[in-house]
Design a protein around this ligand. Sequence first.
Ligand SMILES: C[S@@+](CC[C@H](N)C(=O)[O-])C[C@H]1O[C@@H](n2cnc3c(N)ncnc32)[C@H](O)[C@@H]1O
Length: 259
Amino acid sequence: MIGTLAPVTIRQRAGTYALTPASGVSLTAIAEHQALLRGSGIDWGCGTGCLAIVAAKISAVEAVVGLDSSELDVRVAAENAAVNGVDGKTTFLHADSYHPNTRQGREALVMLRGKVDFVLANPPASRGDDGFSFRREVLTGAREFLKGEAVVLVQISIQYSQKRIDLLTQIPGFRYAGCLATTPWVPFDQDRSDLRQHLVDYAAEEWRGGLDYTFGDPRNCGRTFIDARTALDLFRQTGMSPLSQWQVHLFRYERGSSG
Ligand SMILES: C[S@@+](CC[C@H](N)C(=O)[O-])C[C@H]1O[C@@H](n2cnc3c(N)ncnc32)[C@H](O)[C@@H]1O
C-alpha cells in the first residue's frame, strides 16, 4: 500500500530495470503529493512502469505516457498497466529521451506539445561526466511539452548536492520548489556494482575539477558531509559505504518566465 492509493503490482522480467530505493522514494513522493498531479503526464525512463501506473491511479490524472530506451521494459510496463487496470490511461513508448523510435510514437508525442501538466522521472546516472546529465535532459526536453503551469518531479539523491539542483533552475522557466520526499541516511551500498561504479565516476569528476559531491560521513552517522574522493578512499580503506538520502525534488514550470 502506498499512501492512500490502492496497491499496485509491478512484475519484473529478466533484463528489465529492477525496482530500487530510488523507485521507492519516487513512489512515496507521488503518493504523498497526489494533489500536484492532474491531467496529462510523461514518465521519463519509465522502466517497468511503476511511476506512470501509480500516477494513473490518481483520479485527476487523465493520461500518462511512459518513455524508455529499453524495448523490453516498455513491453513489460504495458503488461503491468493492464494488470493494474490503468491500460486505458497509459501508453508506453520505446524512445531515446523524448524522441520515440517509431513513427506512431513520434505522432503520439507531437500531440502532447504544450499540453503536459507533469513530468515524473527517476533517471539513471550518466557516464563520463558528472552523472547528472539525464536530470538536465529531463528538464530541458520537458519544456517543449509542458503547459504554461506544470510540475516536474525528479529523483535526485543528496550526494549530487544542492549546487547542482540550483543550477537546474538556469534552464529557462523552472523554479525550484523543494524536496518532496526523502529517505533517512542509508548506505550508498558499495556491494551494489552500479553504486560502486557511480562512486568511482563521481570521484573522477571531482579530480577533473567538477563540483564536489556531498555524502554523509558513515563514521559519524552523517553528521558531517564528505566528498566523493574522501568517500572512495574511506571505502577502500575500511569497507564502509558512504551515506546517501534518496530524494525527490519538485520544479515548477512557468512558460514565459526567464527562470
Ligand atoms: C533508474 S531507472 C527508473 C525506472 C522506473 N521509472 C523506476 O522508477 O523504477 C531509469 C530508466 O531510464 C531508462 N533510460 C536510460 N536512458 C534513457 C534514455 N536515453 N531515454 C529514455 N529512457 C532511458 C532505463 O532504461 C531505465 O528503465
